[in-house]
Design a protein around this ligand. Sequence first.
Ligand SMILES: Nc1nc2c(ncn2[C@@H]2O[C@H](COP(=O)(O)OP(=O)(O)OP(=O)(O)O)[C@@H](O)[C@H]2O)c(=O)[nH]1
Ligand SMILES: [Zn+2]
Length: 346
Amino acid sequence: MIDYSLLTPLGWTPFFQQQLDFEQFEQNVGARVIAQHRSQLIAFTGEDDVVIPITPNMPAIVVGDWLLLDKDNHYVALLERQSSFARKAPGSKLEKQHIAANVNTAFVMMSLNNDFNLSRLERFLALGNEAHVDTVVLLTKADLVSDYQQNLASVHALASVEHVFVINCLDSSDVEQLLPWLQPGNTAVLLGSSGVGKSTLTNTLTQSFSQKTGGIREDDSKGRHTTTSRALVKLPGGAWLLDTPGMREIQLVDSQEGIETTFADIARLAASCKFVNCSHSNEPGCKVQQALQDGEIDERRLNNYFKLLREEQRNSATMAQKRADDKALGKYYKRTQQTAKKLKGR
Ligand SMILES: Nc1nc2c(ncn2[C@@H]2O[C@H](COP(=O)(O)OP(=O)(O)OP(=O)(O)O)[C@@H](O)[C@H]2O)c(=O)[nH]1
Ligand SMILES: [Zn+2]
């Protein structure tokens, strides 16, 4: 039976509750996926860690997902996600890869020193907006720079950025400003490129809390034991921090909505151009070019908007093509097999 007192601290909400019918409510238990390995998942019921072998008939499940289990802790169903992070699979693979589910807040991190780069920040914001999570910008390493006012102002000037904090990741009183987003049951993720301070902030947030607690042993294919730590870490205040390496290398895919939200100011202008199919380069009546000339929008930001849209379209198109190719290839094999059978039957 679903036990709210166990699940609410893990992030269970009416959104998940309403997906159950009476029988499921009575007969199943809920569990949240806290770690994901090649051949098995680890889910937490609020009382126990449960090892769930991954079988071919299960849908793709990621860290943060909610599962229903039967009384023997066997997998029954995956619940619909409230939010979901996806990216283009790294390397040359043409696949969309889900990374994490049911996150409430993304802390988008950027350091104030030489690595400060608004276009990179916009890319991570688009990812967060696409996933339908609250985004909070953290400008880190404030202690290493003498004057950050201009950089801070340039972040405040970005449309769609609501919350910005300037922090030293090593300073717990700075980090305390984030507590409103770290309430019990809330799930947060740290986004940002290498070196911005994700591990440092994680350590400050967890203080003496060891990430290794609850390490799970998994047999690898060679029969060796590999100890892996949780990807979903409970913070002392009761929030959950998702720690997955997949959040570092980001290529956008199927993210048009996230990009439009991040660049809402430009998207709004673009929608009011004279021609519906305006490319916003040199058409008459282009509101985007007009705003650029009037100094209402920034050239860097406009170029980045176009760049991210192009990247998103390219990735989505190649993936759609691959899906179509795979389907066609599948049909071809099926036809060949059928022909072979017929010939055999003669
Ligand atoms: N002075 C200062 N140093 C910081 C701050 N944040 C991070 N650092 C330092 O910057 C270096 C990189 O920080 P990490 O926390 O490892 O960065 P990361 O984002 O986890 O990097 P990856 O693991 O590569 O993704 C470390 O030496 C940290 O001590 C900060 O706010 N102030
Ligand atoms: Zn236009």
